[in-house]
Ligand binder design. Structure first.
Ligand SMILES: [Zn+2]
Length: 183
């Protein structure tokens, strides 16, 4: 059974369908993820499976290129993995691509899953984490703006200041003064 939606996903190597189905190719005996970049099969030779296990049980071998048999993380684990990396290493130059690489999933899939599960994008989460850390450092240390910017992974102090102002509605130096004044 091959519906048009799945067939279009195969032709487009659409990674957003990864995990929703697998396809086997009768002529080669290999099965793939929708995103696989290998040559497109003839439609009549393609067969859809709901899971990798079903494909394997029907005698298909996993493709060496797209590794459809590799463990697919549940959404909760992807989300927890992203949070764990960001919370421990927000001072590093993390990006969507570097997170995705580390978690062995596509950036697109990571972004989509995280946003659905966490209610914000990985970039938002990274920024929020950095801003919380910056707030604590401004309150609790005498570090300079440049040092704090660096400590929260934003080596460009002017950029840090702009993001902070936008996030809290107050410049970092004014925030520190206010904290000092209040205590
Ligand atoms: Zn493949």
């Amino acid at each position: 059974m091959m519906n048009d939606e799945f067939w279009q996903a195969i032709l487009a190597c659409d990674a957003s369908y990864d995990g929703s189905f697998f396809y086997g190719v009768r002529t080669t005996g290999v099965y793939c993820r929708p995103s696989c970049k290998s040559k497109n099969p003839k439609r009549e030779n393609a067969r859809i499976f709901a899971t990798a296990n079903e494909a394997a049980a029907s005698g298909f071998r996993p493709c060496k290129r797209c590794r459809p048999d590799a463990v697919k993380w549940p959404d909760e684990e992807v989300t927890a993995g992203v949070k764990r990396i960001i919370e421990r290493r927000y001072h590093e130059p993390l990006t969507l691509s570097s997170l995705a690489l580390e978690l062995h999933i596509s950036p697109y899939h990571l972004h989509r899953v995280f946003k659905r599960m966490a209610g914000r994008t990985p970039n938002d989460y990274l920024r929020d984490t950095r801003m919380d850390a910056a707030q604590k450092l401004l309150e609790g240390t005498d570090s300079s703006m440049a040092e704090i910017a660096l400590k929260v992974g934003m080596p460009n102090a002017a950029h840090f200041s702009t993001v902070f102002q936008k996030h809290f509605g107050i410049a970092p130096s004014a925030f520190r003064n206010r904290m000092r004044y209040l205590s």
